[in-house]
Write a protein that binds this ligand. Sequence first.
Ligand code: MLT
Length: 406
Amino acid sequence: MIKVNENFGKVQDSYLFSTIAKKVAEYQKNNPDKKIIKLGIGDVTRPLPTPCIEAMKKASDEMGDANTFKGYGPEQGYDFLRKAIIENEYKDLGIDIDEVFVSDGAKCDTGNIVDLFSQDNKVAILDPVYPVYLDTNVLSGRSGKFNNGKYDGIVYMPTTEENNFIPELPKEKVDMIYLCFPNNPTGTTLSKEELKKWVDYARENKSIILFDSAYEGFIVDENIPHSIYEIEGAKDVAIEFKSFSKKAGFTGIRCAYTIVPKSLVAYDNDGNTYKLNSLWNRRQTTKFNGVSYVVQRAAEAVYTPEGQKEIEENINYYRENAKIILEGLKNINIKTYGGVNSPYIWLKVPEGKTSWEFFDELLEKANVVGTPGAGFGPSGEGYFRLTAFGTHENTIEAMKRIESIF
Ligand code: MLT
């Protein structure tokens, strides 16, 4: 008899963004003339930079010519892209790194990385949190049951206005620590000094930090690290996930990368060490066949001068949207966080409403979709997330509608 992975019985029915998409589709079906504006999932709206398009066209032509055709590529990514990443993302920061694994998304990598770790590791997540870190650990058996809004066995580290969105170090010893900065969903950041505390904790406790840096391209303030490896000692304790999705508009074509330093180890029960770089390589070569050549050429083109210029213009476009949202919410006395070094605006839901009630109200009265804070964890209750990734026209219109109902 085929047996099911019973962890599917523990995890919440539906993935947060699928639940929202379903609710919105239902509302649209019942209200076909309403023009819904979606500021929920963080999906980009600016088209790809011109050099990426040109690079894809050229690469497609190469695929149509027997002399330049490419079959399976290296699972870790083509050298041309790995080199471009090292040069442009790390060398400029003074970071000496060459352990790059190209992939089809930071979501996939942050989810798949759990393959490397024993089931009895203690997992710590920020609360609220990007649901992938939590759900993938639940599905792979690193939690107990869902109980009063939380999974038993998982350490939740609240990040709320009470602690200024700076999580405290866990009181108990934890093994796998998920950090995402600039943060999804709160849009807040950690200074180098604050991040250093986490690196020091991980070094003392032989833990691993899984650092999601997908929103790094939005950083404007100087003291905010663009990579965890700017922090001394981080190469011994941290895996970093970065993505072309939000920075360069690759949500549809898919390309990201993960750094697994060769100095990183995990231990077995006898204290023997295993190099995580070799394990991740083993995992990827077994389960992944690499990102398509055409897409990797597009990613390489991100680093051309014209590519960089267009990316900056697009990020500035989203920054402008964030300003419009922050301004609009200020006009109606709604408290906001984030939205400066991040495309996400985290707002305080007006007194007396839950975040899902606020979601319904915005959908029904303003026909605007956002993401309820409670969907990101119990400490997200009372908050709500809007994204700056919409078009200017939609963002302006959405804020007009929201202001008019308050
Ligand atoms: C989000 O809206 O939180 C992100 O777009 C989800 C993702 O990157 O998978």
